[in-house]
Ligand binder design. Structure first.
Ligand SMILES: C[S@@+](CC[C@H](N)C(=O)[O-])C[C@H]1O[C@@H](n2cnc3c(N)ncnc32)[C@H](O)[C@@H]1O
Length: 172
């Protein structure tokens, strides 16, 4: 496994997403992408991407949203998918059509040395929920955004407020 440079406090997450669980997520991604397509559509809608824009997709996983964002900003824009999981990025690299402007980097968004003030949008589907110190992680990514930069992400509420998790439990 290639290991990303990461913040010490995210070490458990890096281990999780590169271990058997990360591999399972990668193997199940096709089904996940069908299930979560409405969420991807919402993030695309809210991000209001325009051709030519540069986008960071943090916690991009197997790349479904990076690809969707790249379709919006092509041909002159570009998407950088950032993720700590080697197995999920391997899927992303395979899935991305060669003619789309998307790159993937194995990295922790908390410490990755983004080019300062160079991105228009920070976007994510469920990739911003795993930072040990969210303020530190968002501060690093904020520096990558232009002063006019925008933020669009989907993030679950805690399980008790979330029927997606609670309904099956209640039924069981
Ligand atoms: C629930 S998955 C979502 C994946 C993808 N966005 C999707 O919607 O299919 C969360 C992702 O966040 C990544 N992740 C967790 N901590 C991260 C960090 N500090 N920096 C970058 N990615 C991280 C994981 O490796 C995993 O791929």
């Amino acid at each position: 496994m290639d290991a990303p440079a990461s913040h010490d406090r995210n070490a458990d997450q890096v281990a999780y997403w590169n271990g058997p669980a990360g591999q399972r997520w990668a193997d199940r991604q096709a089904a996940q992408d069908v299930l979560l397509k409405p969420v991807a559509d919402l993030v695309v809608d809210r991000a209001k991407l325009k051709p030519g824009e540069r986008v960071i997709d943090v916690g991009c996983g197997s790349g479904a949203t990076s690809i969707a964002f790249a379709r919006e900003v092509a041909p002159s824009g570009r998407v950088l998918g950032v993720d700590v999981s080697d197995p999920m990025l391997a899927r992303a690299r395979k899935a991305a059509p060669k003619d789309l402007p998307v790159d993937f980097v194995l990295a922790d968004g908390t410490v990755y040395p983004f080019e300062p003030a160079s991105f228009d949008v920070l976007a994510s589907r469920f990739g911003v929920m795993f930072f040990a110190d969210p303020a530190l992680s968002f501060a690093n990514m904020r520096k990558a955004l232009k002063p006019t930069g925008r933020l669009a992400f989907a993030c679950w509420r805690e399980p008790r407020e979330n029927p997606f998790f609670m309904a099956p439990l209640a039924a069981a």
